[in-house]
Write a protein of this length. Structure first.
Length: 241
């Protein structure tokens, strides 16, 4: 009996040790799996972190480039601003200089008017009025080419003639003198002549395009010297300023 008990004890101890070994092995396997899982999770986490870091680095680099571009643009704008300031200053100096020249020119012209007969500048004016009175509309049209171009008047020779044909019976200059009234800034320095024109119209007054009324018409005529043609020409015609 004693031998059987010993065998049972040895068998029990062997089974216990085997169970302990199996439990230990199972634990080791479970621990290994957990560690591998943890390692994978850590690797995945590291990959995400690295990806995030790379994305942040790229964003920082982009922001740094944009910041540099903005700084460069600011410097460029500041340089442009300085150039504009310099240009504006030069423009103001030029305006002052030109203003002085124009004022002197106006003073000289006003002085010359005191010693000059306005009839010296009236050749084209007289020829224009005489041509209308005689019905020579092509000549009148040619004499007003510069004036129409300056005043943006687009008119054909045929339409020009229709304004006066069978409407104006006669046209003549009643008086002609230098204009001494108000002159706007953009006309100062010009030679302005006040012309009184006597117009006689036909009984048929249906043509409303004719720029003249029956009787005496006042016109302010600007003349300028045409160097190419070596003569004074009409450059503007106004009822008033």
């Amino acid at each position: 009996m004693g031998g059987v008990a010993v065998k049972k004890l040895v068998l029990a101890m062997a089974c216990t040790m085997l169970m302990v070994m199996l439990i230990a092995l199972n634990y080791l396997l479970w621990d290994k799996e957990n560690k591998e899982k943890s390692i994978k999770e850590l690797e995945s986490s590291n990959m995400y972190i690295n990806s995030s870091i790379n994305a942040l680095n790229r964003e920082n680099e982009k922001l740094a480039n944009e910041n540099k571009q903005l700084k460069d643009k600011i410097i460029e704008l500041e340089d442009d601003n300085e150039r504009l300031k310099a240009q504006n200053l030069q423009i103001e100096l030029d305006k002052t200089k030109i203003g002085g020249i124009l004022n002197h020119k106006n003073e000289v012209i006003d002085k010359l008017k005191q010693y000059t007969d306005a009839n010296l500048f009236a050749d084209d004016i007289a020829a224009w009025i005489e041509s209308l009175g005689k019905g020579e509309y092509e000549t009148a049209y040619r004499l007003l080419q510069t004036q129409m171009a300056n005043q943006n008047e687009v008119l054909s020779a045929e339409d020009f003639a229709k304004r006066y044909k069978n409407i104006v019976k006669s046209a003549s200059i009643k008086s002609l003198e230098f204009y001494t009234g108000y002159i706007p800034e953009d006309k100062k320095g010009e030679i302005v002549i006040k012309v009184l024109i006597e117009i006689k119209k036909s009984d048929d007054k249906k043509n409303t395009e004719c720029p003249f009324d029956e009787g005496v018409n006042e016109r302010l005529v600007i003349v300028d010297f045409d160097a190419a043609e070596n003569r004074w020409v009409i450059t503007g015609i106004y009822r008033s300023f």
